[in-house]
Design a protein around this ligand. Structure first.
Ligand SMILES: NC(=O)c1ccc[n+]([C@@H]2O[C@H](COP(=O)([O-])OP(=O)(O)OC[C@H]3O[C@@H](n4cnc5c(N)ncnc54)[C@H](O)[C@@H]3O)[C@@H](O)[C@H]2O)c1
Ligand SMILES: CC(C)[C@H](C(=O)O)[C@@H](O)C(=O)O
Ligand SMILES: [Mg+2]
Length: 372
């Protein structure tokens, strides 16, 4: 298969983790005889520095022409710490999601057996957790009218949802549940918010078309607690934009690091693949950023094009790396010197030697060095 992939590395650790995903995709292309053409463009703070815009026209045009977008991360403390900044890196990401019509953001959350002791949560509570979060991505409070009064003493952000916006992601969530454990939990704040009451009404109506799927409701405050106490109760979580943002970072604690959580953002025409984490500016250039979220986002990209064997090969490589503790310091206490690059090299090597079942992974080539 031939795929044109727009690569938007962005800021902070974005470029270094995205490099590993590209490396892995290139290995897949070689091994499975595909042609992946990567074209890079700027977004976020670096794009503001270069062009004055967090999403230059050329970047948006490239994304629209491509089959898929591989996104790194955006954000820089010089904007985070400046409330008066008129242009912000985050606006680039939000505009991109809106322009590409990426209304559903799918965030898988998994407890890997070999990482159970990396989570601060109780092993017996998280073992076998497997959740798919369906986060609405182009509506709600993120995109409603924003106001600041003349004296800059009162501000507001409007949270708005239409029936149509709720329906389209709800169908995706129910279809996903049909292929999983057949349960959807709607997370909302219907005891307070009018938008949440609309969500409940519309989701119930759509649910009637999926009689094989159980529908459950949970207020977001309780859901935040349940995510820590008993995450195994969840199969598909369906929720609005801001609740999905918050609850997915919280859920990353189950896996042991946010550096593991990938996502797919999909719409009717375009698709983008991005880690759920941000630009982690403190880690930039240090080689300590975990690239697995980006690498697993690449696996989701392959799944999107029905290249499931290829995607599974990446997942196997990731699992092998976790098993052997070939991981960055966020998950590693055994080997100190496993850098972002080395994790990428290991997974690349795993893909390149699939037929060699006797491959001694403990001695596998890790770029310039070898780990025993
Ligand atoms: N999709 C995105 O591009 C995105 C997402 C979230 C935040 N942001 C932006 O990123 C900047 C920093 O935000 P933040 O510090 O709140 O969130 P962050 O996700 O960048 O980092 C939070 C913490 O998570 C951990 N972490 C994140 N990525 C990791 C990785 N790959 N490997 C290991 N550990 C990792 C680190 O402990 C880090 O301190 C801000 O400007 C924010 O707006 C961007
Ligand atoms: C950077 C920010 C706009 C973004 C969001 O809130 O959607 C991020 O937190 C994410 O989860 O992708
Ligand atoms: Mg977030």
């Amino acid at each position: 298969m031939k795929l044109n992939i727009a690569v938007l590395p962005g800021d902070g650790i974005g470029p270094e983790v995205t490099d590993q995903a590209i490396k892995v995709l290139q290995a897949i292309a070689l091994e499975f005889d595909h042609t992946f053409i990567f074209k890079q463009a700027s977004v976020g703070a670096i794009a503001i520095d270069e062009t004055g815009s967090p999403l230059p026209d050329a970047t948006l045009a490239l994304c629209k022409q491509s089959d898929a977008v591989l996104f790194g991360a955006i954000g820089d403390p010089k904007y985070d710490n400046n409330p008066n900044a008129k242009v912000r890196p985050e606006q680039g990401l939000l505009k991109l999601r809106k322009e590409l019509g990426l209304f559903a953001n799918i965030r898988p959350v998994k407890a890997y057996d070999m990482l159970l002791d990396k989570s601060p949560l109780k092993k017996e509570n998280i073992k076998n957790t497997d959740i798919s979060i369906y986060r609405e991505l182009t509506g709600g409070i993120y995109f409603g009218e924003k106001k600041l009064n003349d004296t800059e003493t009162v501000a507001s952000d409007l949270c708005e949802y239409s029936q149509e916006e709720i329906e389209r992601i709800t169908h995706l969530a129910f279809k996903a549940a049909q292929t999983r454990r057949k349960k959807v939990t709607l997370v909302d704040k219907a005891n307070v918010l009018e938008t949440s009451r609309l969500w409940r009404k519309v989701v119930k109506q759509v649910a009637a078309q999926y009689s094989d799927v159980e529908l459950d409701f949970l207020f977001v405050d309780n859901a935040a607690m349940q995510m820590i106490l008993n995450p195994k109760q969840f199969d598909v979580i369906l929720t609005e934009n801001m609740f999905g943002d918050i609850i997915s970072d919280e859920a990353s604690v189950i896996g042991g690091s946010i550096g593991l959580l990938a996502s797919a953002s999909v719409g009717n025409k375009h698709a983008m693949f991005e880690p759920i984490h941000g630009s982690y500016p403190q880690a930039k250039g240090k080689g300590i950023a975990n690239p697995v979220a980006s690498i697993l986002s690449a696996a989701m990209l392959l799944d999107h094009f029905k290249l499931h064997n290829e995607a599974n090969m990446i997942r196997l490589g990731v699992e092998k790396s976790l098993q052997l503790q070939i991981t960055t310091p966020d998950l590693n206490t055994k080997h100190e010197n496993i850098t972002t690059d080395k994790v990428g090299n290991f997974i690349e090597d795993f893909i390149s030697h699939p037929k060699d079942t006797n491959l001694n992974f403990a001695n596998i080539h890790l770029g310039q060095s070898t780990i025993i």
